[in-house]
Write a protein that binds this ligand. Structure first.
Ligand code: HEM
Length: 157
């Protein structure tokens, strides 16, 4: 069995995974701004999980718990998709975009920790918002480039 066999690029599976990631990150951004506006930003002072761990959270930090649980889902999908693509996809530009997205996600997770540590230092909160926008942006660019390549392949065939 040849484990280094590459998969066809682009394909619909890749497009769907990026679309799902974009939807999750958009929801995370909405949730983050909402929890910040209702003043729940410092409702849970532990990291990476809230004090309830993986149990159902009390209302005091339900939103913050939900924010972090969604991050876990995004992290599992994005990191494993980046590793999978590095091994199985031949397109270098696509792989570079995914690696940048993974680095931005790592930065975002660290910034989440620093935000709590510094009790919502305004510069750190601003960086958290900017990194979220950059992460959304790089995935949007990735989606559009995969979509364009799929379209041009369809025209050629
Ligand atoms: C993909 C990952 C993440 C995204 C896209 C994201 C996005 C956001 C956004 C857009 C906000 C609103 C910022 C504002 O009001 O200007 C926010 C707030 C917040 N996020 Fe995240 N976040 C992520 C990961 C995390 C992680 C891992 C943590 C902590 C472990 C975290 C903790 C917080 C906290 C405490 C706030 C409230 C800040 C405040 O009250 O001003 N976030 N997030």
């Amino acid at each position: 069995m040849n484990i280094s066999k590459q998969i066809q690029f682009p394909n619909r599976f890749i497009l769907v995974v990026i679309l799902v990631l974009l939807g999750l990150i958009f929801s995370l951004m909405m949730l983050g701004v909402y929890l910040s506006s209702v003043g729940q930003g410092l409702s849970c002072l532990t990291w990476p999980t809230c004090p309830n761990g993986f149990n159902f959270p009390p209302p005091e930090y339900f939103l913050e718990h939900f924010h972090r649980s969604l991050v876990l889902v995004v992290a599992i999908i994005l990191y494993s998709f980046t590793v999978f693509s590095s091994l199985k996809v031949g397109n270098k530009n696509f792989k570079v975009k995914l690696i940048i997205a993974s680095l931005l996600l790592t930065t975002q997770i660290i910034l989440g920790w620093v935000m709590i540590l510094t009790r919502l230092n305004p510069i750190v909160v601003a960086s958290h918002l900017s990194t979220a926008v950059a992460l959304f942006g790089i995935l949007l660019v990735t989606l559009l480039s995969v979509y364009n390549e799929l379209q041009s392949n369809n025209v050629k065939n």
